[in-house]
Design a binder for this molecule. Structure first.
Ligand code: NCD
Length: 358
């Protein structure tokens, strides 16, 4: 595998991605063959933001491969609470751990961490930006449950603006041929521009909808997400968005017989519990696929780590990212890295576009 870190699945070649998905299936069929694969290796899980599934599934994956764990899920108990920078924390922990899994509420935090780490870094969610290993989980789930990753009509319903799982999933599925996307949300919670740019670049057909009822009948896959309360500035703004889209038995009755319903979980009120018993609901199975997906990823990353060298990145422009959720807002020593795209600069950490001079 060529990619040293998993910050965005875009950095993984299509053939490596297909190989990880295939390998996850092999592990699923024969998990006992791999019980010692990571013997002698240590994984650090650094969760600056709450998590149940992602953290525990990484930990379970590593333990099932015979590896060991260190880390924190409450930065308040670590030196972070004394004001330690991300850079120092990572420099130290990469002396202890062979692989680092990080979740942080700032967009681009995992990329920043990878710049100072001797060990490979996995992004387990950076604010409302990306969540590549949830996408890996979703791809493994779909390859089992639909038998293909191509020629699918995929509906994404809920918080398409702040849902990092949605952004990573659209980016990945847009690379498979014949997929089309229906983005079902309120106008306020539509996907960010960099996700649309990806759909355009990959010539995908896509549409926006404000009615789950009207759209559900055409879908092969429905990806539901919760409204991300923690990303709203006020409770009133959140209240105006919650409860707008609810998947219930009545809507399932007009869906295709081979629809598959996925959800990264946690579920709040966006899927009624009555849907859980519908055989088309696959969100609990999805959590099991996530273990195999992560086991496959860890094995592949540790196998290729000897050839790995840390990315050495320098400032590319005299400009500052204006996204208040970008990691460059708090970790001020970070180089300012942008790519230039038709008159705008796109921040390499968070994908936010700025107009130079503004
Ligand atoms: C998601 C996340 O953290 O982004 N959950 C997960 O990783 N399984 C989705 C969410 O929190 O809504």
């Amino acid at each position: 595998m060529n990619a040293r870190n998993i910050i965005d699945l875009d950095h993984v070649s299509q053939s490596d991605l297909d190989e990880i998905i295939r390998f996850a299936g092999v592990i699923k069929e024969n998990p006992s063959y791999y019980i010692d694969d990571c013997h002698g290796n240590i994984m650090a899980t650094l969760f600056y933001e709450p998590s149940t599934r992602t953290q525990m599934s990484f930990q379970t994956a590593m333990l099932r491969l015979g590896g060991k764990l260190i880390g924190f899920d409450n930065p308040g108990n670590s030196s972070v609470s004394k004001g330690e920078s991300l850079k120092d924390t990572i420099r130290v922990i990469s002396n202890y751990a062979d692989i680092i899994v990080i979740r942080n509420s700032f967009e681009g935090a995992a990329m920043a961490a990878s710049m100072f780490s001797k060990s490979p870094v996995i992004n387990a969610g950076d604010g409302g930006h990306l969540h590549p290993t949830q996408t890996l989980t979703d791809l493994v789930t779909l390859s089992y449950e639909k038998g293909r990753l191509e020629n699918l009509t995929i509906g994404l319903c809920g918080d398409n603006k702040n849902g990092r799982t949605v952004h990573s999933l659209i980016k990945s599925l847009s690379k498979y041929k014949g997929n089309s996307f229906v983005m079902i949300s309120t106008p306020e919670l539509q996907v960010p521009q960099y996700v649309i740019d990806c759909l355009v670049k990959n010539n995908c057909s896509y549409s926006f909808s404000n009615s789950l009822e009207e759209s559900i009948g055409e879908l092969d896959v429905l990806y539901m997400t919760r409204i991300q309360r923690e990303r709203f500035s006020t409770q009133a703004e959140y209240n105006a968005q919650k409860g707008v889209f609810v998947l219930d038995a009545k809507k399932m009755a007009i869906a295709k017989p081979d629809l598959r319903v996925l959800h990264p979980l946690p579920r709040l009120d966006e899927i009624s519990v009555e849907v859980d018993d519908d055989p088309r609901a696959k969100y609990f199975e999805q959590t099991e696929y996530g273990i195999y997906a992560r086991m496959a990823l860890i094995i592949k990353m540790l196998e290729s780590r000897r050839s790995a060298v840390p990315d050495k990145l320098e400032s590319t422009h005299h400009a500052k990212c204006t996204n208040l959720r970008c990691i460059t807002q708090t970790e001020l020593y970070l180089p300012d890295i942008f790519t230039q795209d038709t008159g705008v600069l796109v921040c390499k950490y968070c994908d936010h576009a700025i107009t130079p001079g503004n």
